[in-house]
Design a protein around this ligand. Structure first.
Ligand SMILES: [Zn+2]
Length: 176
C-alpha cells in the first residue's frame, strides 16, 4: 500500500510535515538521500548499493532534481552524477536523528555506523554535537565509520558497501 497516492487535497490542507513528506516520505527516497550523504553519486552505484529497480530509481532521482534536493551535473567520468544541493544537505539533521532513533530501538547489537568529528575523532551525538570538543559538527566535517553492528549484517560484497566499510567524510564523492 506504500505507493497508494494520498488524496489530492491532502498536502494543501495540511501542515509542513505533510508537504515535506510529499517530497521525502517515500522509503526509497530517504535511502537515496542517505546514500548521497555517503558520497554515492552515480546512477549505477545507487542501483548496486540499494538494489533498487532502475525505473524506480530513475523516477525518484528525477523528482528529487525537480524539487532541487539533488543537482544533476556532469561527472569526471563523462557520466552524469547526482549531488545534494544546499536544500538537500539541510535534510542531514532529519537523517541523523532518524539513524539515532533506529540505533536506539532497532539495533540490539549496536549501530551499523557511527559518526565522528574529522577534527578530533570525537563521537557525534544525535543532536550533531561532538562529544570531544562540544561543537556542532558541519556535514562535511562529519565522518561516517562502521559501528559494532556493521559486519553483522548480511554479507554483501558490492564495491559501494566495501568502500563505506571504511571511515569516510560525508559528501566526499564516492567513485569506485
Ligand atoms: Zn570535535
Amino acid at each position: 500500500v506504500w505507493d497508494v497516492p494520498l488524496p489530492n487535497d491532502y498536502a494543501s490542507q495540511s501542515c509542513s510535515v505533510a508537504r515535506a513528506l510529499e517530497i521525502v516520505g517515500e522509503r526509497w527516497t530517504m535511502l537515496i538521500i542517505r546514500d548521497a550523504f555517503y558520497g554515492v553519486r552515480r546512477f549505477g552505484d545507487f542501483v548496486i548499493h540499494l538494489d533498487i529497480p532502475r525505473a524506480v530509481l530513475s523516477g525518484r532521482l528525477k523528482s528529487l532534481v525537480d524539487e532541487g534536493v539533488l543537482a544533476r551535473e556532469p561527472g569526471p567520468g563523462g557520466h552524469d552524477e547526482y549531488a545534494l544541493t544546499d536544500k538537500g544537505q539541510r535534510l542531514w539533521p532529519v537523517l541523523r536523528e532518524l539513524m539515532a532513533w533506529g540505533d536506539r530501538y532497532y539495533a540490539p547489537r549496536g549501530p551499523r555506523r557511527v559518526l565522528t568529528h574529522s577534527a578530533d575523532g570525537g563521537r557525534v551525538d544525535a543532536e550533531g554535537r561532538c562529544g570531544t570538543c562540544g561543537e556542532l559538527v558541519p556535514v562535511p566535517d562529519t565522518v561516517s565509520e562502521p559501528g559494532p553492528g556493521f559486519d553483522l549484517e548480511e554479507r554483501r560484497d558490492d564495491p559501494i558497501t566495501a568502500a563505506i566499510g571504511h571511515p569516510r567524510r560525508l559528501l566526499d564523492p564516492l567513485r569506485v
